[in-house]
Design a protein around this ligand. Structure first.
Ligand SMILES: NC(=O)N[C@@H](CC(=O)O)C(=O)O
Ligand SMILES: [Zn+2]
Ligand SMILES: [Zn+2]
Length: 343
């Protein structure tokens, strides 16, 4: 039995750091686990252009613990008004990607795109300058069942975009279904996907059997066990199209444990430990490094990190709650025992 693994330093290709008082917690946790992170732009108001991204980056950098090499990679939020000029300026300012939130699809997506046709000029500019397109892949029509929204998004929106922009690099974020895994696997080069720890560890039974567990509620919502198995298969397959993105998304305890709770799971506190659990159970610990530390930078045309992290098999219990900006934050798997620990 392997009791210790050392990996090239990993990156998180999908992370919510929020802003203001939250940053001390979120940046500190991320910096302990990862070397770089793709920082989601769904603030209120969202990060929509170069200027927003540059100032948000400075606020994040102020909270990086002394001596940490952590580097935030910035993303802008596509709106119906994002044009080619906005894209070019953002690229010149170091922004690496733009994110499509269909309007109303998830937390803070009210300013999102109402019709994909509205951003075709922006997508053209992104294709030209090598900026990546990141997608929250769910349709929002009221007549589409919440469990089907990812599959319908792939058919109606993603598939045409992949064909219409053959040189655009596209990441379908936080995939949750066998359909998504299969689509990405069969798609042309330049189409990849991130997979969260929670979609690998859980299915909808964990959220709904024996009582409703709001801390497992995220978007896209947890699906059947069959889909969870397909995601585990994809993540541990060694296919470079699938790489790590936690989608760690903090909401205060009171916003989760309530009559109408927010979507999002806070996993940044123990991200690599959670992924190690999944890969260990699947007998694929030897594939964790590629998934966490190699396929992401390769996809983004960035160098792989120097340096390493070590995980040891040493059971420990996650705290019941954390503090964020003076309030209580419940991490995913609070109070549960994990077998792996980051040294
Ligand atoms: N995943 C979530 O359930 N929530 C994310 C938004 C997102 O990534 O869709 C959030 O910002 O809270
Ligand atoms: Zn999302
Ligand atoms: Zn997210």
């Amino acid at each position: 039995m392997t009791d210790q693994i050392t990996l090239r330093a990993p990156d998180d290709w999908h992370l919510h750091l929020r802003d203001g008082d939250a940053l001390e917690r979120t940046v500190g946790d991320a910096a302990r686990q990862f070397r770089r992170a793709i920082v989601m732009p769904n603030l209120v108001p969202p990060v929509v252009d170069a200027e927003d991204a540059v100032s948000y980056r400075l606020r994040i950098c102020e909270q990086i613990p002394a001596g940490s090499p952590f580097e935030p990679l910035m993303v802008i939020y596509l709106t119906d008004r994002t044009d080619a000029e906005v894209i070019r300026q953002a690229q010149a300012a170091g922004v690496v990607a733009a994110k499509l939130y269909p309007a109303g699809a998830t937390t803070n997506s009210d300013s999102g795109v109402t019709d994909i046709a509205n951003i075709y000029p922006a997508l053209e500019a992104m294709q030209d300058c090598g900026m990546k397109l990141l997608l929250h892949g769910e349709v929002t029509s009221h007549d589409i069942d919440i469990f089907d929204r990812e599959q319908v998004f792939i058919e109606k929106i993603l598939s045409p975009v992949v064909d219409d922009f053959p040189d655009l690099k596209i990441v379908l974020e936080h995939i949750t279904t066998a359909h998504a895994a299969e689509f990405v696997q069969k798609a042309r080069d330049g189409v990849g996907a991130t997979i969260t720890a929670h979609h690998l560890l859980y299915n909808r039974n964990h959220m709904l059997v024996g009582g409703i567990r709001p801390h497992y509620y995220c978007l896209p919502i947890l699906k059947r066990g069959y889909h969870q198995s397909a995601l585990i298969e994809a993540a541990t397959s060694g296919n470079p199209k699938f790489f790590l993105g936690t989608d760690s998304a903090p909401h205060m305890r009171g916003k989760k444990e309530t009559a109408c709770g927010c979507a999002g799971c806070y996993t940044a506190y123990s991200a690599m430990e959670l992924y190690a659990e999944v890969f260990d159970r699947a007998g694929a610990l030897d594939r964790l490094e590629a998934f966490a530390s190699e396929f992401g930078p390769d996809f983004y045309d960035l160098p792989r990190n120097e340096g390493s992290i070590t995980l040891v098999r040493k059971p420990w219990a996650l705290p019941q709650s954390l503090e964020m900006g003076g309030e209580e934050l419940v991490p995913l798997a609070a109070g549960e025992t994990l077998n792996w620990q980051l040294v």
